[in-house]
Write a protein that binds this ligand. Structure first.
Ligand code: ATP
Ligand code: MG
Length: 582
């Protein structure tokens, strides 16, 4: 029940408009309720009493009532859909905003298709049920109450007969209750499976083709689809049974009423008009009853979807801004890690890492693959929080800073660049949308990509395609560098930012970056020498701690990891020969 209360919380801001909708539809329901009674008057007082003027008046009244109720139903139904879709978008947006706060750990363990299916499929399911059936709940209840009252008024004994089979119907319904919930959950999960499969399969298309596994992927698709279809048919059967059996039972009572009521009419103790009205009301008893039963099932389905959506909302944000977080209008750019430890599920990645980077210096952090370099980048940007120790910026624990301020002052070029499906210019501008075209060009020049862009058919307006795939990896990387330069942050973090470039281009970018690097704190995570050689200080990370600390020159003379990775002194010539192993 909790999830419905929570969902109602989202409807609360709309209570005035909802109130209007309910009022209008109640009125329409009452009008509908009156119609069969007119039939009784028509037959008993107009036909049998041969009153023609009453016949005309009643017929006109019937006509007017049905036109008005059609209009009222349309108005309330339309407004209801409007309100419910707005409230549901609120849920969707809340989830979307929440997803933006979740850590890389969450995204590493969650399938993208699963998130998509909750945000799309489940919310749509809730929307469908909310707009189809929730309004009908109230009208059905009112309709049912009114119908029962009128049935009792017309003939109490017949009424008892007509509802004799309602209890067993409800019993059947309850029996199928848990089954229907389970089947719905199963169905949503199978559908999410297909979504996940498709997302992953399209992302991995290049690998599929290269490994000649198109057939296998298609077979996997078929298998997932088969499982979905099985779940769908299975749920359908349960649904038919759950609503069909009570329906059959209720038809049995209709039969009984026809026979018993007909007998009363024939024996003269029940008027013809009352019999017609009674059967009309009784036929309408089935409607709201099965409506309410169907609604019950729908609510279970919506409940399953609500659970899946709220599960996303309840996923704890690992990184949260404190309510009393400190603002940071400007940053000096001092970064310090004190005994930082961080574990991933399987292992301890950072064990005890301590170092302090002075403002406006360039520090290179090197180390074998998988040692935790990108993890340190995540910590500095606070996409993750340390498990042990602390990370300070300008002497303040990052957990005490406002997230927005921290991230504004730190620009990052990621190991895996991401470009939006937009123009080159928009991509460079992403972190600073208000930047002038001149600034954009300057950043591109520093990143060594300006000339390349000018040679493209549409220059800065060239579209880069989905994830930037219409560009080469090196071009993407330089656009990402330009984006970071444009952000003009105090701290610049380059995580393998030049890994896709040839030695010559890399060296010239390193050269171009130097004036820029001078008045900001630069952290370079790299396997390659040209950038490392330019750093004021080089730290070597291994086995979860800093094992060497010096300059490229001193470390190349020292026996140790640095020398194993980059060779000794000779390899440090300015041309920046490639390292021994990278
Ligand atoms: N979400 C995750 N869940 C579990 N383990 C993870 C996760 N992310 C990273 N790891 C593990 O953490 C370790 C450090 O990863 P990280 O990306 O920081 O390495 P790296 O030093 O940047 O390596 P590379 O030089 O290859 O880029 C790796 O062993 C990796 O397997
Ligand atoms: Mg990395």
């Amino acid at each position: 029940m909790g999830h419905y209360r929570r969902a109602l919380g989202f409807a609360l801001p709309y209570w005035k408009r909802l109130g209007f909708v309910l009022f209008v539809s109640m009125f329409a329901t009452l009008l509908g309720l009156a119609q069969p009674y007119f039939l009784k008057v028509l037959i008993d007082d107009a036909f049998l009493a041969q009153n023609f003027s009453l016949l005309v008046r009643i017929s006109l009244l019937l006509f007017a009532v049905s036109v008005v109720s059609v209009v009222l139903n349309a108005v309330s139904g339309y407004r209801y859909i409007q309100v419910s879709t707005e409230a549901l978008f609120d849920i969707r947006l809340r989830v979307f905003r929440h997803l933006q706060t979740l850590s890389p750990r969450f995204y590493a363990k969650t399938k993208m298709g699963d998130i998509l299916s909750r945000l799309n499929g489940d919310v749509s399911e809730i929307q469908r049920i909310a707009s189809d059936t929730l309004l009908s709940f109230l009208t059905n209840v009112v309709f049912l109450g009114g119908t029962v009252t009128l049935l009792i008024y017309l003939e109490p004994r017949l009424f008892l007969l007509s509802i004799a089979l309602v209890p067993p119907s409800i019993w059947v319904l309850r029996r199928y209750r848990t089954q229907v919930t389970d089947k719905n959950l199963e169905l949503r999960e199978r559908s999410a499976d297909i979504g996940s499969f498709l997302v992953e399969s399209f992302l991995g298309m290049r690998q599929t083709v290269a490994s000649r596994q198109e057939g296998r992927e298609a077979a996997r698709f078929r298998e997932k689809n088969d499982r979905f279809v099985r779940a769908l048919l299975d749920r359908q059967i349960t649904n038919y049974l759950a609503s069909g059996i009570p329906g059959v039972l209720l038809s049995v009572s209709t039969l009984a009423v026809f026979l018993a009521g007909g007998y009363l009419v024939l024996s003269g103790s029940f008027s013809m008009g009352s019999f017609v009205a009674f059967t009309a009301y009784q036929a309408r008893l089935l409607g709201p009853l099965s409506g309410l039963m169907g609604l019950y099932l729908s609510l279970r389905a919506a409940g399953a979807s609500l659970d899946r959506v709220f599960e996303l909302l309840d996923e704890p944000a690992e990184v949260e801004e404190r309510p009393d977080a400190t603002g940071l209008t400007s940053m000096r750019g001092e970064i310090e890690l004190r005994h930082v430890g961080l574990d991933h599920e399987r292992e301890t990645v950072l064990d005890d890492v301590s170092f302090k980077v002075a403002p406006a210096t360039m520090t290179a952090i090197v180390g074998p693959s998988g040692v935790g370099k990108s993890t340190i980048v995540d910590l500095i940007l606070r996409r993750l929080d340390v498990d042990r120790g602390e990370l300070l910026v300008d002497g303040i624990d990052v957990r005490k800073l406002r997230l927005d301020d921290l991230r504004r002052h730190v620009a990052v070029v990621e190991q895996e660049t991401f470009l939006w499906n937009a123009s080159i210019e928009e991509n460079i501008r992403y972190g600073r949308p208000e930047a002038s075209s001149r600034d954009v060009e300057n950043s591109a020049r520093l990143a060594g990509i300006h000339e390349v862009i000018l040679k493209m058919p549409e220059g800065y307006l060239t579209q880069v395609g989905e994830r930037g795939l219409q560009l080469s990896a090196g071009q993407r990387q330089r656009i990402a560098i330009a984006r970071a330069i444009l952000q003009d942050a105090t701290v610049l973090v380059l995580d393998e930012a030049t890994s896709a470039l040839d030695g010559e281009t890399e060296a010239s970018i390193a050269e171009a970056l130097l004036p820029l690097v001078r008045h900001r704190t630069t952290l370079v995570f790299s396997h390659r020498l040209p950038l490392i050689a330019k750093a004021d200080r080089v730290l070597v990370l291994e086995d979860g701690r800093i094992v060497q600390d010096g300059t490229a020159l001193t470390l190349s003379r020292e026996e140790g990891t640095f020398q194993r990775m980059f060779g000794s002194e000779e390899s440090l010539s300015p041309a920046g020969k490639s390292p021994k192993s990278a």
